[in-house]
Design a protein around this ligand. Structure first.
Ligand SMILES: Cc1cc2nc3c(=O)[nH]c(=O)nc-3n(C[C@H](O)[C@H](O)[C@H](O)COP(=O)(O)O)c2cc1C
Length: 211
């Protein structure tokens, strides 16, 4: 017997995460993938684990090159950066095309990979030492080869992103329907066909849309 009914998937949202840009280089172009699944595994030696979806270009590239940078993003990172690196794939786009490697917007670290200086507070260069196939994702065990602080801005958490950066869904516009008998106003997307006026008891055919 499975224990699906004992697993409330929403409970996973109670786990806390930061948000990072995992950069890599396929030999031709730089790429960056937004990810939350990054954590320090040991401090002596310094090792991190990073988990990436197999469908991602970043994951496929890192499987081949065994190298990546993790750039912790700051709370000042705008939604456009998440759109650029988190909603598009390096399979069909060059995500760094319009970003200048001038040391202010972006730069190249010692291992030859991109750093997003404009929105990262630091970067950690990694070499993959082990991979573990988790089905949909690959878990990368990595050793740290360089770790550099860029500024003292706070790393953005997944919660902060959800609450302050990601645009809120716009609720469907409400319409107004007035009862032509008594003036009761119903507000909603549509007046249900079986609606009965709570004031005078007349049915939906007595209502007129007024806004
Ligand atoms: C807030 C946020 C968190 C994400 N976390 C992860 C993650 O932990 N692992 C992952 O593989 N993808 C994650 N993604 C999705 C990838 O960033 C996304 O699929 C991206 O388009 C992949 O790009 P790529 O194909 O160039 O690697 C996240 C996206 C967002 C917006």
């Amino acid at each position: 017997m499975g224990n699906e009914n004992k697993i409330n998937n929403k409970v996973m949202f109670n786990l806390g995460y930061g948000l990072y840009l995992a950069t890599c280089f396929d030999g031709n172009k730089h790429n960056g993938t937004i990810c939350n699944s990054v954590m320090q595994a040991t401090s002596d030696p310094q090792q991190l684990v990073v988990i990436l979806n197999k469908n991602g270009y970043g994951c496929q590239t890192i499987l081949k090159t065994k190298k990546l940078n993790i750039c912790p993003l700051t709370e000042k990172t705008p939604f456009s950066v998440f759109q650029q690196f988190g909603f598009k794939s390096g399979k069909d786009t060059n995500k760094f095309e319009n970003i200048t490697f001038d040391g202010k917007n972006a730069s190249i670290s010692e291992n030859g990979l991109a750093v997003l200086n404009s929105y990262a507070n630091s970067y950690i260069s990694l070499e993959v030492t082990e991979t573990n196939d988790l089905g949909t994702h690959i878990l990368f065990v990595c050793k740290v080869t360089e770790a550099v602080s860029l500024n003292t801005e706070t790393t953005i958490s997944y919660n902060y992103y959800q609450q302050n950066v990601k645009p809120k869904a716009v609720p469907a516009a409400k319409k107004k329907f007035v009862c032509t008998i008594c003036g009761y106003v119903y507000e909603g997307e549509n007046l249900p066909a079986d609606f009965v006026c709570p004031w005078c008891g007349h049915d939906a055919t007595f209502f007129e849309q007024v806004g």
